[in-house]
Ligand binder design. Structure first.
Ligand code: C2E
Ligand code: MG
Ligand code: MG
Ligand code: MG
Length: 293
């Protein structure tokens, strides 16, 4: 980092931009190797039903364990992968891992397996003409039922229509479910809900944070619940951290939630522990303690 300011603010800015560009180029090159060296791995965060906190689905969230720099957040390396195109390969790999994992859980836990596995898909992937075929191939190869896969896209990716929207339509034709992620933070347009096939709205943490507060603080989450109900869409509240938020979300009509209150993103073995308990609970008829009690 440039510690001392150059002769002009511009120069300081330019040097910083150079440093950032160099860092991104380095990270981009390392990402190429990360995939083949097995440094990337998926975690799975449970999506739970309200009010009982039972596992409904899981969202696949990729991680990078860098040999020197330790864990790198996807918020850092996914944008780099989007810029250098590596997201196409990384995304296809994550998708395949998620489908293989889901089939394995279905084999091990039957009806106690999650209902759905969600995978995040970048705009860059939707713009690949072959993406829908990649999804079809992975489903065929792994044997996962298309309806058991949920693809999470952002409003911004499909806002302009065009090829990205066509890809989403092709995914829907395959029977794959579609979620609008971080709903309300992008190029929000209610018109989008007519043109783009959508099954689920994922309400961004930004609107969940204040949901237990005043009516004003809860206003966006309240409105999104009403939109979802009117259009018969599912709604998932993201980033739920407190019981007060979960209670209020339930009152507002939310029946699905995700957040550290219920579970963090977990390695597959830890999800397996939850599923085994779920399968056993079904056998004996005993219920999980209510999460909102
Ligand atoms: P996202 O899809 O909106 O995922 C939700 C993020 O919120 C995850 O961050 C998750 O760990 C975090 N989160 C969940 N519950 C809570 C909570 O209660 N409190 C807080 N503070 N955070 C919570 P993560 O895993 O760091 O991922 C960040 C973003 O990176 C994701 O946001 C997604 O946009 C992107 N991403 C992750 N994996 C992939 C991937 O395989 N492909 C693509 N294209 N993007 C990915
Ligand atoms: Mg997501
Ligand atoms: Mg999100
Ligand atoms: Mg996000």
């Amino acid at each position: 980092a440039v510690k001392e300011r150059g002769k002009s603010g511009y120069r300081w800015y330019a040097e910083n931009m150079d440093a950032q560009a160099v860092e991104h180029a380095r990270m981009g090159a390392e990402l190429q190797r990360a995939l083949v060296r097995g440094e990337l791995f998926p975690l799975y965060q449970p999506v739970v039903t309200l009010p009982d906190g039972d596992v409904h689905g899981v969202e696949t969230l990729v991680r990078w364990r860098h040999p020197e720099r330790g864990m790198i957040s996807p918020a850092e390396f996914i944008p780099v992968a989007e810029r250098n195109g590596m997201i196409v390969q990384i995304g296809a790999w994550v998708l395949r891992q998620a489908c293989l994992q889901m089939v394995e859980w279905q084999r091990l836990y039957g009806t106690a397996a999650p209902m759905r596995v969600a995978v995040n898909v970048s705009a860059r992937q939707l713009l690949e003409p072959s993406f829908a075929q990649t999804v079809a191939d992975v489903l065929a190869e792994t044997g996962l039922h298309p309806g058991d896969l949920l693809v999470e896209i952002t409003e911004t990716a499909v806002f302009d229509g065009g090829p990205a929207l066509e890809t989403v339509q092709a995914l829907q034709a395959l029977g794959v479910a579609i979620a609008l992620d971080d709903f309300g933070t992008g190029h929000s347009s209610l018109g989008l809900l007519r043109t783009c096939p959508v099954d689920i709205l994922k309400v961004d943490k930004l609107f969940v944070d204040g949901v237990a507060g005043t009516a004003e603080e809860a206003a966006i989450a309240t409105s999104i619940a009403q939109i979802a109900q009117a259009l018969r869409l599912g709604a998932v509240a993201e980033g739920v951290e407190t019981p007060a938020q979960a209670r209020r979300l339930y009152q507002l009509g939310y029946r699905l939630a995700q957040g550290f209150l219920f579970a963090r993103p977990l390695p597959p073995e830890e999800v397996g522990v939850l599923l085994a308990a779920r399968a056993a609970g079904r056998g004996t008829g005993s219920a999980e303690p209510p999460a909102l009690a």
